[in-house]
Design a protein around this ligand. Structure first.
Ligand SMILES: [Zn+2]
Length: 444
C-alpha cells in the first residue's frame, strides 16, 4: 500500500456512505468483485447514455452475465442533444428501480451520476458509480444537482457505496471533459483559502481532517496539466483521485465547505444565468476554473495590502442596514428567482456592525499568520492560468463569453448568492472589493 492508498483508506473510513473506491487503468474487471463485497444485491440495473453505454456499459453488462449476476435490461437514456439532468427523469428512473427491485450502476459522468444518485435515493436503494470521464467532483459527493421547473438545485441524496474508475475508459472521453474536471479541482485552492479566512475570523471553524484530505495532495494532483489533456494515465490518476477525494471530504465534513468556496460562487452564478458559448452551455468545471482565477487575483491583491493600518471600528460603521442590503440584492439580480434566492442566502449571513468590527480586529491581529499561510498555499495567478491552458481548460472570463464589465460586477454578485463566508466577504467588510477588482488585474 503506497502513501496515496493509505490516504484513501483513511478517507473511506471517514466517509458517511462510500465504502470502496478503485482507481486504476484497466480495472473495470474488478467490478463484479466490488459489487459482491460493497453492494450485494439480488439484481443490478445498468444506467448509461448512448456514449457511455459504448464506452463501458456494454462491457459491464457482459461481465455481469459472465459471472452469473442478475441484471435486467439496461436503461440507456437519450436526449436532444444530450441527456438533461432533470428531477423528472430521475423520478421516472426511480419508478423503474422500484418495479425491478434492482441496485443501479451509474455508468457515466456528471449527468448520469446525478440522475442515478437521486433515483436511488427515491427508490431507497444504494448505488454504484462507474465514472466515464474525469469531468467534475460529484462522483463521491452527497447530493445531486438537478433541474426542476427550469431551476437547478441540489437534492439531498446519498453518495455511491462504491466507485470503480477505469482510467482506460476515462481516457476515451473527449479531452475537454478532463479540462473541466481539472478546473473543478483547481477551485479547491481557493476553497481552502476561504476556509482559512473563515476560521481565522471566527466565522466557521476549520475541520482539520476534511481540510487535509483535499489540501495535502492538491499540488500533486494538479501537477501534470498537459498530461491531463493528453490522457496520460498517471495525470488522469491524480486528477481522478483529487476529484473523488473532494467528494469523500464533503461526506466526512457533512457539507461542501472542504471543496467549494468563492470559486464555486462565481460558477453557481454563471450556471444559474446559463452562460453559453456558441449556444453550448458552459460546463461547471470551466466556470470553477475561471472563478478560481478571479479569486486568486483578488487574494494576491489582498496579500499586497497593509492591514496594520485599517481602522476596524470605522469600517464596521459602514455596514449596510438590512434594508440597504436588501436593496443591493434586488438591484443586483434582474431575474426574480435569482433575487429571491440571493436574498435568502445573503440574509442568512448578514451581521451587524459589532460583529463586523470583531471580525476585522481578528483579521488585523492574525494577519501575519493568515497571510503567511495563504502565501504558502496559493500559487501565483499567472501560473494557474498557464496550467489551465495546458490542461485545455478555459483560462479567462472572455473564453466563457463573459464581458469585462460583467466579470467586474460579478465579484459583488457572487458574494450575494451563497451564505458561505469567503474571501469575498472579507474584501467587502474591508470596503476593498471594488479596489481589488479594479487593481488586481483579474479583469481585463
Ligand atoms: Zn464543483
Amino acid at each position: 500500500m503506497d502513501g496515496q492508498d493509505r490516504h484513501f483508506s483513511a478517507a473511506l473510513r471517514a466517509a458517511s456512505t462510500t465504502r470502496d473506491v478503485r482507481i486504476a487503468a484497466g480495472n473495470l474487471g474488478a467490478l463484479p468483485a466490488v459489487l459482491l463485497q460493497a453492494a450485494p444485491a439480488q439484481r443490478y440495473l445498468i444506467v448509461a447514455d448512448a456514449h457511455t453505454w459504448t464506452a463501458a456499459g456494454v462491457r459491464v453488462a457482459v461481465m455481469l452475465a459472465a459471472t452469473g449476476m442478475a441484471a435486467g435490461d439496461p436503461v440507456v437514456l437519450t436526449g436532444q442533444p444530450r441527456v438533461k439532468a432533470s428531477a423528472e427523469t430521475a423520478r421516472d428512473l426511480a419508478t423503474v428501480l422500484k418495479s425491478t427491485a434492482a441496485l443501479p450502476i451509474a455508468v457515466g459522468s456528471g449527468v448520469i451520476n446525478d440522475l442515478v444518485k437521486y433515483a436511488a435515493e427515491l427508490a431507497d436503494t444504494s448505488y454504484v458509480s462507474v465514472p466515464t470521464a474525469a469531468s467534475m467532483d460529484g462522483y463521491a459527493a452527497s447530493g445531486a444537482a438537478l433541474r426542476e421547473g427550469g431551476f437547478k438545485r441540489t437534492f439531498a441524496c446519498a453518495a455511491p457505496v462504491a466507485i470503480v474508475a477505469d482510467l482506460d475508459v476515462i481516457a476515451t472521453a473527449p479531452a475537454a471533459m478532463a479540462g473541466w474536471g481539472y478546473g473543478d479541482l483547481m477551485g479547491k485552492l481557493v476553497a481552502g483559502a476561504d476556509w482559512i479566512m473563515a476560521d481565522a475570523l471566527g466565522v466557521e471553524a476549520l475541520n482539520p481532517g476534511p481540510f487535509a484530505m483535499v489540501q495535502d495532495n492538491l499540488a500533486a494532483w494538479l501537477g501534470n496539466p498537459s498530461g491531463v489533456r493528453q490522457g496520460d494515465r498517471a495525470a488522469l490518476d491524480g486528477l481522478m483521485r483529487g476529484l473523488i477525494m473532494a467528494g469523500l471530504a464533503m461526506q466526512a465534513h457533512g457539507n461542501s465547505r472542504p471543496a467549494s468556496g468563492s470559486d464555486h460562487q462565481f460558477a453557481h452564478l454563471w450556471e444559474m444565468e446559463e452562460i453559453a458559448v456558441g449556444g453550448v452551455p458552459v460546463s461547471h468545471g470551466a466556470c470553477v476554473g475561471v472563478g478560481c482565477l478571479s479569486m486568486l487575483a483578488a487574494y494576491e491583491w489582498l496579500l499586497r495590502q497593509d492591514l496594520s493600518r485599517i481602522a476596524p471600528a470605522e469600517l464596521a460603521a459602514r455596514t449596510p442596514s438590512p434594508d440597504a442590503l436588501r436593496a443591493e440584492v434586488m438591484a443586483s439580480f434582474p431575474l426574480p428567482f435569482m433575487a429571491a434566492n440571493a436574498w435568502i442566502e445573503t440574509e442568512a449571513k448578514a451581521v451587524g456592525p459589532t460583529v463586523v468590527e470583531e471580525r476585522l480586529k481578528a483579521l488585523q491581529k492574525n494577519w501575519p499568520r493568515i497571510s503567511a499561510r495563504l502565501r504558502q498555499s496559493l500559487p501565483a495567478v499567472e501560473t494557474v492560468r498557464r496550467w489551465l491552458d495546458e490542461a485545455g481548460a478555459p483560462s479567462s472570463a472572455a473564453a466563457l463569453g463573459i464581458s469585462s464589465t460583467k466579470h467586474a460586477q460579478d465579484y459583488a454578485r457572487a458574494r450575494l448568492i451563497r451564505r458561505r463566508f469567503t474571501g469575498l466577504d472579507v474584501l467587502h467588510d474591508l470596503g476593498w472589493l471594488g479596489a481589488a477588482v479594479a487593481q488586481s488585474g483579474a479583469v481585463t
